[in-house]
Design a protein around this ligand. Structure first.
Ligand code: SAM
Length: 190
């Protein structure tokens, strides 16, 4: 229950950055990782973990030897995440700085999962994040993100789709109705 209260408070304080009133469901989390072989991954990154709806699923499937870190911009959510996942590496930083953390380890990511509300963030920030995501993936890496079905049909939603198509060679779209609101997962291959 605490995760709902923490998430809701974030939404009241930072509506555009939070982009939702409640955390994603475990069904959406499972769809986010469905095309990812997390057991055999060397490096996985999460952007915008919020209260950890996807973090929990990622950590339950990830090889314990793998590098994993998450970048969350909101310090209150970082405090919550550090308490909830004491062994996970969570940084209070913006997603666009992802390359710095990979460079420190001299590695690239097999998989990057994003909870960022790209339709609501400033377009130039979204472009920078997606450039960094693309550069940060290995040659066979995958990036997954979600959009609520209703917002995917708006001009801002279509713009996000266009930004992905400019960078990735394929985009697979899966639908999850068991989420409030129902959502699409876009899994992009480099
Ligand atoms: C829609 S919520 C998703 C949270 C969680 N992944 C989920 O699905 O329940 C978006 C999250 O992205 C975070 N966020 C927004 N802009 C960010 C940025 N530039 N860098 C990192 N995190 C950001 C917000 O603080 C929030 O936690």
């Amino acid at each position: 229950m605490e995760q709902y209260a923490t998430f809701f408070k974030s939404m009241l304080r930072h509506p555009l950055q939070t982009g939702s009133v409640i955390p994603s469901s475990r069904y959406l989390a499972q769809t986010m990782v469905r095309d990812m072989d997390l057991k055999n991954a060397s490096c996985v990154v999460e952007l915008g973990p919020g209260t950890g709806a996807f973090t929990r699923t990622i950590l339950s499937q990830l090889n314990p030897q793998a590098v994993f870190f998450a970048l969350e911009w909101n310090p209150n959510l970082v405090t919550f995440l550090k308490r909830e996942f004491p062994n996970a590496e969570i940084h209070c930083d913006s997603a666009e700085h992802l390359g710095k953390y990979l460079a420190e380890r001299n590695t690239k990511a097999d998989y990057i999962l994003s909870g960022l509300p790209l339709s609501w963030l400033p377009k130039d920030l979204g472009e920078r994040v997606l450039d960094t995501v693309h550069e940060s993936l290995t040659d066979h890496g995958k990036f997954s993100m979600f959009q609520y079905i209703h917002s995917s049909m708006t001009p801002m939603g279509a713009q996000v789709h266009h930004m992905l198509k400019k960078r990735f060679r394929s985009i697979k779209i899966s639908r999850t109705l068991r989420n409030l609101p129902p959502a699409l997962v876009l899994t992009c291959e480099k």
